[in-house]
Design a protein. Structure first.
Length: 450
C-alpha cells in the first residue's frame, strides 16, 4: 500500500522482528589478522569496544516497534498537503514573528492545540540500555533530508526525523527549549534558532512558541527527552515543565518519548492529567535482564572481545556467576568484564574461576555494592526499608505489580457492592428512625377529634 504523504518518503518500511534484531545488535568490527601480535597495551585498549556491545531482546524490539509506529502516525497527522497543517504552520510562524519583534499585537504566543497527545514513556534501572536503544533508533534514520516539492509545488524544507535531548538537571523550561533548538540547529547545519532565542533573551512563552514553530516547520518525527527523573529534584518545576512537554505534543503534533530510570515513574504518576498524556501511546519498562538466553548471548558477545586466552571458550558457569555480581544490569556487566578481561591479559588472573570473578567484582564494583545488594534482596523477596527504597529507587522496579483488567474489574465491583450495601443499610436506618420519630410524636386532641 502506497502513501502520498511526502514526509514518509524518506522512511524505510517498519522492520519485522528479524530485521529489527539484526539492526539493533551491535558488535565491534572484526579484528585485524595481526591483532594478537600487537603489544599488550594496544590489545587492552581494545577492551573499550565492550562499551558498544548491545544484544537486543524482546523488550527492546517492542519499544523499537512502538517508536517506529508512533513516528509514522505523527507524520501522517501532519501531512503538509493538508490545508489545516499549512494554516497552522503559517499561524505559528506569524505569532512568533510578531512576539519576537515586540509588536503590541494582541496575538497568541502559541497557536491553538490542534493534535491529540501522542506520548510514550520508557523507564528502567540505570545502566540497562535505554539510551543505547534510543540512539539505535535515531541511527536507523537519516538525520535530516531536504523536501523539494509539496503538493506538486517546488519548495525547500529540511525535514528532521529525531530530536534527542536530555532533561535539564535544574528542570527549567528554557533549558529544555534551548537544548531542543540547539539540536535542531546541529541537524539542519545552517539555522541559528538557539542563538536567536539566547541573544534576544526570549521569554519562556515566546521561546516555547518559537520551538513549536520550528518543530512544525521541520516536520520533526519524534522528540526524545531523556533523564526526566531529574525533575524529582525540582518538584516546584515539574508541573510547568511537563505542561510544556504536553503543549509541544498537542500544538506541534510531534510524538514525545520521555525516558528515565525507575524513579521517573513517580514523575508521571504524581501528575495524573499530564501523566496520562505522556503515557497516551505507550508505557514501557526495560527491566534488568534475567538469567537465560538473552543474558547468555550478551555474555558470549562480550567474552568474544577478550584480548588474551583466545583459545579459551567462555566457561559454562560464567553467565550465572556474572549475573549474581551484576544483577542483570548491562552497564555493570561491562565494567566487570573490562576489568576481568584486562586482568587476564596482564597475567594477574592465572586461572579463570568463579572465585577469581568474585574477587574482581568485589574490587571493581565497590560503588555499586549497596544498590546491587538491595536489588538482589528484593529479587528473593526480602522486604526493604522505606529508606532503602528511596535511596536505590533508580535500580529498583516499582513495588506495585501490574493489575490485569479482569482483576481490576473484579476489585471495582467489590468496592461498588460494598458501597451499595452501606447505602442500603443507611437508607434502612433512616427509615427506621423516621418511623420511631413518627410513633413517638405526641398527638394533639384537636387532631384526634378531627
Amino acid at each position: 500500500m502506497s502513501d502520498s504523504n511526502v514526509l514518509l518518503d524518506g522512511l524505510a518500511p517498519i522492520m519485522n522482528r528479524v530485521e529489527a534484531y539484526n539492526f539493533l545488535a551491535v558488535a565491534p568490527p572484526p579484528r585485524d589478522s595481526d591483532f594478537w601480535s600487537g603489544s599488550l597495551e594496544q590489545r587492552i585498549e581494545h577492551l573499550d569496544t565492550i562499551n558498544g556491545v548491545f544484544v537486543p531482546n524482546d523488550a527492546h524490539f517492542n519499544v523499537f516497534r512502538l517508536m517506529q509506529r508512533a513516528m509514522r502516525a505523527g507524520l501522517k497527522r501532519r501531512d503538509p498537503s493538508s490545508p489545516m497543517v499549512m494554516g497552522l504552520l503559517h499561524e505559528t510562524g506569524a505569532a512568533v514573528a510578531r512576539n519576537i519583534g515586540h509588536l503590541n499585537d494582541p496575538c497568541l504566543v502559541a497557536p491553538r492545540k490542534s493534535f491529540a497527545a501522542a506520548g510514550l514513556f520508557l523507564n528502567g534501572p540505570t545502566g540497562i540500555g535505554k539510551t543505547t536503544l534510543t540512539n539505535r533508533f535515531r541511527d536507523h534514520l537519516p538525520g535530516a533530508r531536504e523536501i523539494k516539492s509539496i503538493g506538486g509545488r517546488p519548495c525547500s524544507v529540511i525535514q528532521i526525523y529525531v530530536v534527542q535531548v536530555k532533561c535539564p538537571s535544574n528542570g527549567t523550561i528554557l533549558g529544555l527549549m534551548h537544548a531542543c533548538l540547539q539540536e535542531i540547529d546541529r541537524l539542519t547545519g545552517d539555522t541559528k534558532y538557539a542563538e536567536q532565542a539566547i541573544r534576544k533573551n526570549l521569554s519562556r512563552d515566546v521561546c516555547e512558541a518559537l520551538l513549536i514553530s520550528v518543530l512544525l516547520r521541520h516536520f520533526v518525527g519524534l522528540l526524545i527527552i531523556d533523564d526526566i527523573q531529574y525533575l524529582l529534584k525540582v518538584p516546584h518545576a515539574t508541573d510547568v515543565l511537563l505542561g510544556s512537554i504536553c503543549s509541544l505534543m498537542e500544538t506541534a503534533g510531534v510524538p514525545v518519548l520521555t525516558v528515565g530510570t525507575y524513579a521517573a515513574q513517580r514523575v508521571v504518576d504524581a501528575k495524573s492529567a499530564l501523566g496520562a498524556k505522556l503515557l497516551s501511546e505507550a508505557d514501557e519498562q526495560l527491566d534488568a535482564i534475567a538469567p537465560g538466553k538473552s543474558w547468555t548471548q550478551l555474555c558470549i558477545a562480550i567474552w568474544a572481545q577478550r584480548v588474551s586466552h583466545w583459545e579459551l571458550p567462555m566457561p559454562d558457569w560464567f553467565p550465572l556467576e556474572a549475573h549474581f555480581h551484576t544483577a542483570g544490569i548491562v552497564r555493570v556487566l561491562r565494567i566487570l568484564m573490562k576489568r576481568f578481561l584486562g586482568l587476564m591479559a596482564e597475567g594477574r588472573i592465572t586461572e579463570v574461576t568463579a572465585d577469581a570473578l568474585s574477587s574482581c567484582a568485589e574490587k571493581c564494583l565497590r560503588s555499586y555494592r549497596r544498590p546491587l545488594a538491595a536489588a538482589r534482596r528484593r529479587e528473593v523477596g526480602d522486604k526493604l526499608t522505606d529508606d532503602e527504597l528511596a535511596e536505590y529507587e533508580d535500580f529498583l522496579p516499582p513495588d506495585e505489580p501490574y493489575i490485569k483488567p479482569s482483576k481490576e474489574r473484579r476489585e471495582l465491583q467489590k468496592i461498588a457492592d460494598r458501597v451499595a450495601h452501606v447505602r442500603k443499610a443507611e437508607a434502612s436506618r433512616l427509615i427506621d428512625e423516621e418511623k420511631k420519630w413518627a410513633e413517638s410524636e405526641p398527638r394533639h386532641e384537636g387532631a384526634e377529634a378531627a
